[in-house]
Design a protein around this ligand. Structure first.
Ligand code: F6P
Length: 552
């Protein structure tokens, strides 16, 4: 039996025993008036209050024991040193090297600076107007074509930091298109000017059909305005990938190619040249600040002891919730409209990384791993799914995220006071929700009024960001990245592969020729099964139904 299994750890057995003796949060708070003070930890611009988690000092000590039993410090050192922590793909996961100053990187990664400089030069050319479209006009719009890690990170950061856009970037509008059905492109192409639009094709593999089909549609669209294909590729496309050959094969000149490497996971790649849309939209200095903020958190992760270490704490509390309290759902609730895409970003980061059911060596697990994680801007979610959090039957752990100061740059404007009132309302809502989720309204007897009874005891963490800017956002993202890694170590799984995504892609490929066939026939033709004997009857019927519909 694998030593890596969580359930074989001594500290885990102790934690299970402690879970049996749990007291509700309302009692934990009344037992110790200094609870919040004792359970608040800071790292740079981030402060974590985990006092509303269902833990006692004894549970925390045992979680620390678990961290040491798993040798989290050793595993962290291995990650940073560039050891092959991604066993199933036999490679390192060195996203931390992308944001480290050159002197602090493992040897042999000089290409990191070289690509960053190439990216900066390209950004400069586009922003300054040296880069021109096919008819000689300046670029006004950029569309990033990418999906998953090649879309979500740049999209999330660009939205979050818009107010920090540097003067050199203000005239550029940056858009994102990821969906394979072409719907986002369809909307964008309807109002974009082909003469002044640049497309970044972002794909680590440069084989992802979602992205390449969007790129092909764009190329056809541009071809309708300029028949010179060489000119179009040179003036309207930039590729970002780990495969130079594939970018070249697609028609991209070498000067229009930016690279990154196999050892950067797709969902950890916004720090590499995949960050190009961020730099184009906000300015290269903002991108560099983002890297610096993430590096600060990296240093914290490497050096702070488990119970003062923010990523480790989030990871340990997550394991306590999932594996000891059986809480299998996790809500991400930013009380900040700028973090609109943060929940989707974390959905990929956490669930694609830790949605696994075998150990790093392939041994089946006998316990749960990543919970179902989803989220929404907190204040909006209050009017959508909070009812379930408050009075549903499902136990859910939540992360509340809020910035302490807001609208600093608006002090002289006429609506500053109103904005500050909104900020206070927002804080009040955030605090009220986490309080009610934790403590409920025990005073109301459920037998008197069952409809107005709030049971409480739903655990949450509150993360306070001093002020949301490039540096603190970099740290916030790195915090969750490291939480994911620490949690994977605790669960004994590999967070850096994603084999589960591959089969669906392969079956879609197999279905395509079959769909083409059905499309050429009538909907009533029941010979369809002959073309794809291995397909199930539901898939066959649905494809006939849909293709029949589209051909009537
Ligand atoms: O959906 C799986 C996935 O492989 C993600 O891990 C990745 O971020 C995304 O597809 C896009 O991949 P690529 O950057 O290679 O186009």
């Amino acid at each position: 039996m694998s030593q890596e299994l969580l359930t074989r750890r001594r500290a885990f057995t102790e934690l299970q025993a402690l879970a049996e003796q749990q007291k509700p949060l309302v009692d934990l708070f009344s037992d110790d008036p200094r609870r919040a003070e004792k359970m608040t930890v800071a790292a740079g611009s981030l402060t974590l209050d985990f006092s509303k988690q269902r833990v006692t000092p004894e549970v925390l000590k045992t979680l620390e024991k678990l961290a040491l039993e798993v040798d989290l410090p050793g595993r962290i050192a291995a990650l940073f040193a560039g050891e092959k922590v991604n066993l199933s793909e036999d490679r390192a996961a060195l996203h931390t090297a992308l944001r480290a100053p050159s002197g602090k990187r493992p040897a042999g990664l000089e290409a990191v600076d070289e690509q960053l400089e190439r990216m900066a030069a390209l950004v400069e050319k586009v922003q300054s107007g040296v880069w021109r479209g096919f008819s000689g006009k300046r670029i006004t719009d950029v569309v990033n074509l990418g999906v998953g890690g090649s879309d979500l990170g740049p999209l999330m950061v660009t939205q979050a930091l818009r107010e920090y856009t540097r003067p050199e970037a203000t005239h550029l509008k940056v858009h994102f298109a990821s969906t394979i059905d072409g719907s986002q492109l369809f909307d964008l192409l309807a109002h974009l000017n082909p003469e002044t639009t640049l497309f970044t094709i972002s794909s680590k593999s440069f084989t992802t059909i979602d992205t390449l089909s969007n790129a092909d549609t764009v190329r056809a669209w541009l071809g309708g305005y300029c028949p010179d294909s060489e000119l179009l590729h040179r003036c309207h496309f930039v590729g970002v990938s780990a495969s130079a050959e594939k970018m070249t094969a697609w028609g991209l000149p070498e000067a229009n190619q930016l690279y990154f490497w196999d050892w950067v996971g797709g969902r950890f790649s916004l720090w590499a040249t995949i960050g190009l849309p961020i730099a184009l939209a906000l300015g290269m200095p903002v991108f560099r600040e983002l890297l610096a903020g993430a590096h600060e958190l990296d240093e914290h992760f490497r050096s702070a002891p488990p119970l003062e270490n923010l990523p480790m704490l989030l990871a340990l509390l997550g394991v306590w919730n999932v594996n000891c309290l059986d809480i299998r759902a996790h809500a991400i609730l930013p009380y900040d409209g700028r973090l609109k895409y943060f929940p989707s970003y974390l959905e990929q980061l956490e669930m694609e990384s830790n949605g696994k059911s075998v150990t790093r060596e392939g041994v089946p697990l006998d316990y749960a791993t990543c919970p179902v994680l989803w989220g929404e801007i907190g204040a909006n979610a209050q009017h959508a799914f909070y009812q379930l959090l408050h009075q549903g039957t499902q136990a859910v752990a939540s992360d509340f995220i809020i910035a302490a100061s807001r609208y600093e740059s608006m002090k002289d404007s006429a609506h500053y006071e109103s904005l500050m009132t909104q900020h206070e309302l927002n804080i009040a809502n955030c605090l009220a929700q986490s309080r009610v989720l934790a403590l409920g309204n025990a005073a109301v007897d459920p037998t008197d009024n069952p409809f107005r009874h709030y049971p409480g005891n739903q655990p949450s963490s509150s993360l306070v960001v001093d002020s949301l800017n490039a540096r603190s956002l970099g740290a916030l993202i790195a915090l969750y990245e490291h939480k994911v890694y620490a949690q994977a170590c605790l669960w004994g799984i590999n967070p850096f592969d994603q084999w589960g995504v591959e089969l669906g892609k392969q079956v879609a490929k197999e279905l395509l020729p079959y769909l083409n066939n059905v499309g050429a026939r009538s909907a009533s033709d029941n010979r369809a099964g002959d073309c794809a004997p291995t397909m199930d009857s539901s898939t066959l019927n649905l494809s006939k139904l849909i293709q029949g519909g589209s051909n009537q």
